[in-house]
Ligand binder design. Structure first.
Ligand code: SAM
Length: 261
């Protein structure tokens, strides 16, 4: 597909065709892994920062039905075309225009949740999700996860795809707080016809940091999936391992901790 309509450089998430090329084809194991974590919800699953819907399109074949939101109009529109069973709207996850009513699960894949870098935003969105999900419903977050977020500074990830290159780089540590650290990042997708880039701060969570946020918001059973040992805290992630998956269940009762426990 030609990207000649794009200017020489454009915002990455306004270039879904280019983004899709860099990430196609999806890892066949990835969709099955997310399908297992989400189970058979029998209701709509929220996807926060759904992007161009590559994962949702595949999961829809497993029977999942989504309400997806993305800050990019172009991404949300493309997701709607890819997954005809889903409902997709352009919206920011920290300003959701949806009623918090009875969702069967929630997903935020490939770093989207980590674009919320303020702790107050993270708390508000997780609290909204706890109210919006049915009791026991799963929340699946794929986020940058590290015991020592500072160690990611200077790390780059690169891959080539047909006729182009994708690159991601962590720069300076902008802030450290109880949830982890905020790092400046740059992402770039380049083909001979077009270049799309994004420079943004991104939250790198520590396992105790995200666990505490989830439990305070109304989630339980927090567990981690990463290709390195997160539970013991004895091993650092390998320098090329940039993300992990956190899963939790919405508690049966949402009464605030401390008052009732
Ligand atoms: C790395 S992409 C991941 C897309 C998709 N989840 C996937 O697996 O391909 C991150 C997405 O998050 C979206 N995004 C960033 N900040 C957002 C926000 N505050 N609210 C909603 N979407 C956001 C971007 O527009 C982009 O599509």
């Amino acid at each position: 597909m030609s990207n000649s309509f794009l200017p020489p450089s454009s915002p990455l998430y306004e270039a879904p065709d280019l983004y899709a090329r860099a990430f196609e084809p999806p890892d066949p194991g990835q969709a099955g892994f997310f399908a297992t974590l989400l189970g058979s919800p029998g209701g709509r699953v929220l996807s926060l920062g759904c992007g161009e819907g590559r994962l949702e399109e595949t999961l829809a074949r497993h029977g999942l039905r989504f309400v997806g939101i993305d800050a990019s109009v172009a991404m949300a529109a493309r997701a709607a075309r890819r997954d005809p069973f889903g409902l997709y709207v352009a919206a920011r996850m920290e300003a959701l225009p949806l009623a918090p009513a009875g969702y069967a699960g929630a997903l935020s894949a490939l770093l989207s949740f980590a674009y919320l870098t303020q702790r107050a935003q993270q708390e508000a969105v997780l609290r909204w999700l706890a109210v919006a999900l049915m009791p026991g419903a799963p929340l699946v977050l794929e986020i940058p996860l590290a015991w020592r977020p500072r160690r990611l500074q200077g790390i780059s990830e690169r891959h080539e795809f047909g006729g182009g290159e994708y690159a991601f780089h962590y720069f300076d540590v902008l802030e450290e707080n109880d949830s982890g650290a905020v790092l400046a990042t740059a992402m770039r997708i380049a083909t001979p016809e077009a270049v799309a880039e994004r420079h943004a701060p991104l939250m790198v969570f520590t396992p105790p940091g995200i666990r505490e946020l989830l439990e305070a918001a109304g989630f339980e059973g927090v567990r981690f999936h990463a290709p390195y040992d997160l539970e013991s805290g004895t091993e650092s992630p390998p320098r090329d391992c940039l993300r992990g998956v956190v899963v939790a269940q919405r508690r049966e009762s949402l009464q605030r901790r401390g008052k009732d426990e």
